[in-house]
Design a protein around this ligand. Structure first.
Ligand SMILES: Nc1ncnc2c1ncn2[C@@H]1O[C@H](COP(=O)(O)OP(=O)(O)OP(=O)(O)O)[C@@H](O)[C@H]1O
Ligand SMILES: [Mg+2]
Length: 298
């Protein structure tokens, strides 16, 4: 069974996607793991980090994206022709073991979801809308992953910033979450908000059919700058260290390296495009530390 990981932070632009695709690539390419990347963000950044826009356009034309699977759960269609195996792209970036369930710019229609859940609540007397919604949220991503769980060692999900339905559903389906952050006050607020939300979500699902089993793998800092800025970052990181146990923090930080950002132009993560760059070396060390942290569970 795959170990399911969500990459989350309420704050945008902190490196969630970059971390997701580089970790997945390191695990497949350098550790021979079978890894599935799931793009849960309508910005489709993870998808476009692993395939070209042209390839994505063709994939989308054939409806081979996550949105097809979500639609099928919201409004099951007995005539639907595609299943999750048809939609997953194998050996992306020519890396054996690295697979992608492509995202979409339109993932689901909130109105349709609410309407469907309202109808369900009306049909089931004694069950209120909130419980129907909670149940839907807790099983949506699980239902998508269920058929492929035995195919992978790791499933890594790239969540959108904020805290939307798919992020909550990903959290409900995950064994662990990764928390990338910049050592800046607002990013730290993002960590605290998320921690509080996850605790609340655990509480609200405590007595449900599917209690949450998610735990933090660790906070990983994505750094930038040097000199005075580094001194300031160290101060902020010290503050974070007071709030977490040592095992909840990664020792390896990811430095800012222009090659990391530039790699997107070659439609592959930096660890594959420029493996000798400073950024790649940091991601490789991070992947090793990640494997040590989850070793007990794989
Ligand atoms: N270590 C790094 N060095 C240089 N640039 C980086 C690094 N990590 C991320 N970036 C760049 O920073 C930007 C934001 O990163 P990324 O898209 O991974 O963040 P995100 O948290 O997924 O954003 P969003 O919240 O919008 O989904 C991107 O342009 C990315 O290429
Ligand atoms: Mg992102």
């Amino acid at each position: 069974m795959a170990l399911v990981i969500s990459t989350v932070n309420m704050k945008g632009g902190v490196g969630k996607t970059t971390l997701t695709v580089n970790l997945a690539t390191c695990l497949a390419k350098y550790h021979q793991k079978r890894v599935l990347v799931l793009d849960l963000d309508a910005q489709i950044s993870a998808t476009l980090s692993l395939m070209s826009p042209h390839e994505f356009a063709q994939t989308r034309k054939k409806r081979k994206t996550l949105s097809y699977l979500i639609d099928n759960i919201i409004q099951p269609n007995p005539h639907s022709k595609l299943d999750v195996f048809d939609i997953i792209c194998p050996a992306v970036c020519d890396i054996e073991g690295l697979e992608l369930l492509p995202g979409d710019i339109e993932l689901y229609d909130e109105y349709l979801v609410s309407e469907m859940l309202h109808k369900e609540a009306q049909l089931n007397e004694g069950i209120n809308f909130e419980s129907v919604w909670n149940k839907f949220e807790s099983v949506l991503i699980k239902k998508i992953l269920d058929p492929v769980m035995d195919e992978y060692d790791f499933v890594i999900m790239d969540c959108a910033p904020g805290y939307n339905l798919l992020t909550r559903s990903a959290i409900a389906a995950s064994n662990f979450y990764l928390l990338p952050a910049r050592p800046e006050p607002l990013s730290i607020v993002g960590i605290q908000l998320l921690e509080r939300r996850i605790a609340k979500l655990k509480e609200s699902h405590k007595n449900s059919e599917y209690p949450l089993k998610i735990n933090l793998v660790g906070v990983i800092f994505i750094m930038s700058g040097g000199g005075l800025l580094s001194r300031y970052y160290n101060q902020v990181m010290r503050r974070v260290k007071e709030d977490f146990q040592p095992h909840q923090l990664f020792n390896n930080n990811i430095p800012m390296d222009v090659n990391v950002a530039k790699a997107v132009d070659s439609f592959m993560p930096v660890v594959s495009a420029m493996p000798n760059s400073q950024g790649s070396k940091a991601f490789l060390k991070f992947a090793e530390e990640f494997l040590q942290k989850v070793a007990l569970y794989v």
